[in-house]
Write a protein that binds this ligand. Structure first.
Ligand SMILES: Cc1ncc(COP(=O)(O)O)c(C=O)c1O
Length: 350
C-alpha cells in the first residue's frame, strides 16, 4: 500500500448530539458536514441554511418513505448496513453515494452500540459491490467504535478492517472515495474517564493507521458528536431533597434526572462532574437521583459521588460537560416535569 503524508479529513457533525440551531449554524460556517439520523434532523439543518449536499443520512434504520423524502430534499449521501436497506436506497434515492457500516471488532466503549448496527466486516465489500451494481455511487466503508471510546487502538483496528474492504473493492475496480471512521471521540468526565485520551492522541492513531492500511487516494470522514459539543454545556440544577435511606446511605435528589436530560446515566455509563455552592465543605458519598416517582430515575448508586455533607434542599448544583446527548433526550413531560431548556446566550450563569 503506498504511503502518504497528511490525510485529507472531513468533519461531519453528528447532529443528534446537540440538535441546536445555533450550533449547526456555527459548525456550518466552520465548514463542517452533518450526519443526520432522520427527516426531522434534515429539515432542522436545511432551516439553518445548510446546503443539502453537506448532509449525510447516517442512520441505517430508515423507512422507504424517509429515504424518498430525504432524496426529495436533496440529500445525496446515505449509510446502510443490510441489503434490505440498500435496495430501499437504490429504489427511492437512485444514484446517490453510499457508505456501508460494518461492526468493527473493537473494545467496548462507555456507551456501546452492541450489535445494533453494522454488517460483519467481511460482508462490507460484497455489499458495496452490490451497491455499484444497483447504480449507486460507492463512497466507502464506515465504522463507529462506540460512543465515549477510551481506547485509541479501536480506531486502528477499524481502519485496518476498512483497509481490507478497500483492497477487496479494488479487485472489483471500485476506488474508495473516503473511509468514515465514525464518532466515539471521548471527553473527560469524572472517575476513570477523567483520563480520556485527548483528540490529538486519537487523531495521531487514525492518521498512522490510515497511512498504513488505506489506499492513498481515499480521504477520511470523522463523525464526532460528543467531542464537539459535550464540554460546551453546563446543566443548572437544584437540590430538591436530601435524606438518609433505611440502609443508611445518603440520597441527594435533584430536579433533573434520567427522564429530563440525563439519559446517559443509564447503567451509570457516563459519570458527570458536579459543582455545588458548598464545594470546600466536608464531603461524603451520596446516591444521586432524579425527581420523578420512577424507581429507575437514579443517576448514580454504584459510582462513588462525593458531595458536600452540608448540601441542602434549594442548593444550586451544576452538572458539567452536559452539552451532548442531554436536551434532546428529555422526555416531553414524564411525571409532569418539563423538558430541559437550552440557553445559548453566553457566559454561564453563576
Ligand atoms: C451514526 C452516528 N455517527 C456519529 C455519532 C456520534 O458519536 P459520538 O457522539 O460518540 O462522537 C453517532 C452517535 O450515536 C452516530 O449514531
Amino acid at each position: 500500500m503506498p504511503t502518504r503524508g497528511r490525510v485529507a479529513t472531513r468533519i461531519r457533525f453528528a447532529v443528534k448530539a446537540a440538535p441546536i440551531p445555533e450550533i449547526i449554524r456555527v459548525l456550518d460556517d466552520e465548514g463542517a458536514e452533518f450526519d443526520v439520523a432522520s427527516v426531522g434532523e434534515i429539515e432542522l439543518c436545511l432551516r439553518q441554511g445548510v446546503a443539502a449536499e453537506k448532509l449525510s443520512y447516517g442512520n441505517p434504520i430508515k423507512k422507504a418513505a424517509d429515504i424518498a423524502r430525504a432524496y426529495a430534499l436533496g440529500v445525496r449521501g446515505y449509510a446502510f448496513d443490510t441489503e434490505d436497506d440498500l435496495l430501499r436506497i437504490a429504489e427511492h434515492a437512485p444514484g446517490v453515494g453510499v457508505e456501508c457500516r460494518f461492526c468493527a471488532t473493537v473494545a467496548q466503549s462507555r456507551t456501546p452500540f452492541g450489535m445494533k448496527f453494522g454488517c460483519a466486516p467481511q460482508e462490507t465489500a460484497p455489499l458495496l459491490v452490490r451497491a455499484r451494481d444497483l447504480g449507486l455511487t460507492v463512497l466507502g466503508p464506515y465504522f463507529h467504535v462506540g460512543s465515549q471510546q477510551l481506547d485509541p487502538a479501536a480506531w486502528r483496528t477499524g481502519i485496518e478492517e476498512a483497509g481490507r474492504v478497500c483492497a477487496a473493492l479494488a479487485e472489483q475496480d471500485i476506488a474508495v472515495a473516503s473511509v468514515n471512521v465514525g464518532g466515539g471521540l471521548p471527553i473527560p468526565y469524572a472517575g476513570a474517564d477523567a483520563e480520556a485520551p485527548a483528540p490529538a492522541v486519537i487523531a495521531a492513531v487514525i492518521e498512522r493507521a490510515a497511512v498504513e492500511f488505506l489506499p492513498a487516494a481515499a480521504g477520511l470522514v470523522v463523525e464526532p458528536g460528543r467531542a464537539l459539543v459535550g464540554s460546551a454545556g453546563t446543566l443548572h440544577a437544584e437540590v430538591v431533597a436530601v435524606r438518609t435511606a433505611p440502609d443508611g446511605r445518603r440520597w441527594v435528589y435533584l430536579d433533573v434526572g434520567r427522564y429530563n436530560g440525563l439519559a446517559e446515566t443509564e447503567n451509570e455509563y457516563i459519570a458527570y462532574r458536579f459543582v455545588t455552592e458548598r464545594d470546600g465543605d466536608p464531603v461524603g458519598d451520596a446516591v444521586v437521583a432524579g425527581p420523578t416517582c420512577d424507581g429507575d430515575d437514579v443517576l448514580y448508586q454504584r459510582t462513588r459521588v462525593p458531595l458536600p455533607t452540608t448540601l441542602r434542599a434549594g442548593d444550586r448544583i451544576q452538572i458539567l460537560d452536559t452539552g451532548a446527548y442531554t436536551a434532546s433526550y428529555s422526555s416531553v413531560s414524564f411525571n409532569g416535569f418539563p423538558p430541559l431548556t437550552v440557553d445559548v446566550s453566553g457566559p454561564e450563569r453563576k
